[in-house]
Design a protein around this ligand. Structure first.
Ligand code: AMP
Ligand code: GLY
Length: 426
């Protein structure tokens, strides 16, 4: 079959890598893709916001299946327009993508289905939000309701900071995404990411992962899209996985089906492992980036078959096999990220670095320019590795990074530190 993958990041390179290995695949196309994906797929400069352009391209290339990587086209209803044109796709439709598209929507679903999450209020004015704040404890979490490219969450350490965050949201700091504000109880515990395929009725758990959101070593400095990840996340013990499935995911899938808006696609939960057990702090309706990169390194089964089974609603007849070995990915970002950064700096040495045992390099923001590989984004490369332990995967990833010649970039030096500390004390 012919497959079109939508997106251009490290997540999409990892998906392209896994899909390329499928015996079901005839040709892979990617819009818009990047220099790494171009080695596996025919890249085409599609604009995912232009649904009719995507539909026309699918018809021209006889695309049988579209895999939508990022959240924005899902929330904008690209899937709905593909379905109207008779094209099969992986991901939720617009109604179900609200689980990521509106934080308030998800909180209301949690209330309706008794899903454990932080206490909250939803507000359409600064005055009402501040009235609620006055009744709450510090720290407190202020969230823009809509999509804000990972920037719409402020954890306020003082009431003054919380009020400033509320004002910033209503003053348009996050555009239309901040016209509604969710104020949420600060949850204490260790965070983990959990992924599950859902076909509207059946849930197939994938694997756990942990991301490193802060830009600096020791989890310091500003938040980013994610500076590295590893899988599995040891905090997600079998008991916590069981509770997360029973208390959070299954009620969500049942609740969405009961509302007449079944969820099909991959659910990516942010869960806090608190003293009372797992609590949901956010849903995403797509794979995480860079979490996807480590999941794909651990997946033994055919990804494409699993994505099609999800779209077809036959996950009850499906199973997946995983490498027991952990995987870890380190993000290389352009100097200055997550603030201003230079574009167009040259990267050398990837071929030799990628040839190391257990190592796979996924591109995130790269392009070929006159025979040179150049950086085009903030997060630029992911150096991922599998190993017998997290420590070995980490050593392999950093060994490969040492062979990459890119003065224009940097990475964190401590990806996986929590899991490695656990390995050492075990
Ligand atoms: P997000 O950009 O939505 O992934 O959120 C950014 C980060 O904010 C998450 O990774 C969590 O560390 C943190 N966060 C979100 N909600 C809460 C909460 N209710 N309590 C504590 N931390 C939170
Ligand atoms: N790494 C976090 C995300 O993809 O949202």
């Amino acid at each position: 079959m012919n497959v079109l993958l939508i997106g251009s990041g490290g997540r999409e390179h990892a998906l392209a890598w896994a899909i390329s290995a499928s015996p079901l695949l005839t040709r892979l196309y990617c819009g818009p893709g990047n220099a790494g994906i171009a080695e596996l797929a025919e890249c085409v400069p599609l604009d995912a916001a232009d649904h009719q352009q995507v539909v026309a391209y699918c018809k021209e290339k006889s695309i049988d299946f579209v895999v939508i990587g990022p959240e924005a086209p899902l929330v904008a209803g690209l899937g709905d327009d593909l379905a109207r044109a008779g094209i099969k796709y992986f991901g939720p439709d617009k109604a179900a993508a609200q689980l990521e598209g509106s934080k308030g929507f998800t909180k209301e679903l949690c209330r309706e289905c008794a899903i454990p999450t932080g206490a909250y209020g939803i507000f359409n004015s600064a005055a009402a939000a501040k009235g609620y704040l006055a009744t709450q404890k510090i720290p407190i979490v202020i969230k823009a309701d809509g999509l804000a490219a990972g920037k719409g969450v402020i954890i306020a350490a003082s009431m003054a900071e919380a009020e400033r965050a509320v004002d910033a949201c209503f003053d348009g700091a996050f555009g239309a995404a901040g016209a509604t504000v969710v104020i949420e109880e600060f949850l204490e515990g260790e965070e983990a990411s959990f992924f599950a395929l859902c076909d509207g009725k059946t849930v197939l758990p994938l694997a756990t992962a942990q991301d490193h959101k802060r830009v600096g070593d020791g989890d310091t400095g500003p938040n980013t899209g994610g500076m590295g990840a590893y899988s599995p996340a040891p905090v997600m013990t079998p008991d916590m996985i069981r509770r997360t499935m029973d208390e959070i995911i299954r009620p969500t899938v049942a609740g969405m089906a009961k509302r007449g808006t079944p969820f099909k696609g991959v659910l990516f939960l942010g869960v806090m492992i608190t003293a009372q057990g797992p609590k949901l702090y956010e849903y995403n309706v797509r794979f995480g980036d860079p979490e996807c990169q480590v999941l794909m390194l651990r997946l033994k089964s055919d990804l494409l078959a699993a994505l099609i089974a999800t779209a077809d609603g036959v996950l009850d007849k499906f199973d997946l096999r995983w490498h027991a070995d952990p995987a870890l990915a380190v993000v290389l970002a352009a100097n200055g990220y997550p603030g201003d950064y230079a574009k167009g700096t040259e990267i050398r040495g990837l071929e030799a670095a990628g040839a190391n045992e257990g190592v796979e390099i996924f591109h995130a923001g790269t392009a070929q320019e006159g025979g040179r590989l150049v950086a085009t984004g903030g997060r630029v490369l992911n150096v991922a590795a599998r190993g017998r332990s997290v420590a070995q995967a980490q050593a392999r990833a950093y060994g490969a990074i040492a062979m990459i010649d890119w003065p224009g970039g940097f990475c964190r030096k401590d990806i996986g530190w929590r899991a490695i500390a656990r390995e050492k004390s075990a």
